[in-house]
Design a protein around this ligand. Structure first.
Ligand code: SAH
Length: 217
């Protein structure tokens, strides 16, 4: 599935960058190697797919920087039996990486256009354990159930109470928290049974999470 346009040295340099920046979990590195990022960028941007940079996608959104995708995935400490919820499907790239490391992935996107495109890309790549839903991360339906891991890939000013209700006891949630424009901090919450233990990880920059289903597309 990896296109011939990408010379092996480009993919090797990609792995080296991730390692140099501190990603050491072999399963995460293998997942990053297995998922062809060029299948998730906009047409014409394939040549930039293995640079460690975020890129613009449709609907004014972005596909995250590979290091941040790998870092968040590593910090989630996934087990093969985990059920994972992602808020902010975007291109579908992060969901594809998660799909290699967890049992099931449910990913929510507020733009119908992005959700549908991600769905067909994930199907084409054989990521059969990912469910893409049009939905609002601020209003996840009760029917979605509980998840061992929750990953938010759009910046939130606060982590909504409603989202925490979907986290299994002793589960982990990772989200960029901070103002919509500017930088945010990646926050990890670990359920302790009677509350949450909070760890501030690294500074990041994500597009803002917006409430409601998008009307435009
Ligand atoms: N994880 C993506 C990058 C996400 S960009 C990837 O791998 O490509 C952030 C995405 O979150 C955007 O597509 C945006 O539309 C979506 N988003 C923003 N607010 C949301 C909300 N309330 N519910 C669901 N998705 C949301």
């Amino acid at each position: 599935m990896i296109s011939a346009r990408h010379a092996p040295h480009e993919k090797m340099a990609f792995q080296l960058t991730l390692r140099r920046r501190g990603i050491s979990d072999q399963a995460v590195l293998r997942a990053m190697e297995a998922i062809p990022r060029e299948a998730f960028v906009e047409q014409g941007d394939e040549g930039y797919a293995y640079r460690d940079a975020a890129l613009p996608i449709a609907c004014g959104q972005t596909i995250s920087q590979p290091f941040v995708v790998a870092y968040m995935t590593e910090q989630l400490q996934l087990k093969p039996y985990h059920r994972v919820l992602e808020i902010g499907t975007g291109s579908g790239y992060q969901a594809a990486v998660l799909s290699r490391l967890a049992r099931d992935v449910v990913t929510l996107e507020r733009f119908r256009f992005l959700a549908e495109r991600a769905k067909s890309r994930l199907a084409a790549l054989g990521c059969g354990n990912v469910e893409v839903l049009i939905g609002d991360g601020f209003d996840v339906p009760d029917s979605a159930g509980r998840f061992d891991r929750v990953i938010v890939t759009a910046a939130m000013e606060d982590i909504p109470e409603g989202l925490l209700r979907h986290l299994a006891p002793e589960g982990l949630l990772i989200a960029p928290v901070g103002p919509p424009s500017g930088s945010q901090v990646l926050v990890r919450l670990r359920g302790t049974g009677d509350g949450f233990e909070r760890t501030n990880l690294i500074g990041v920059r994500f597009v803002p999470a917006l409430p409601g289903i998008a009307r435009e597309m």
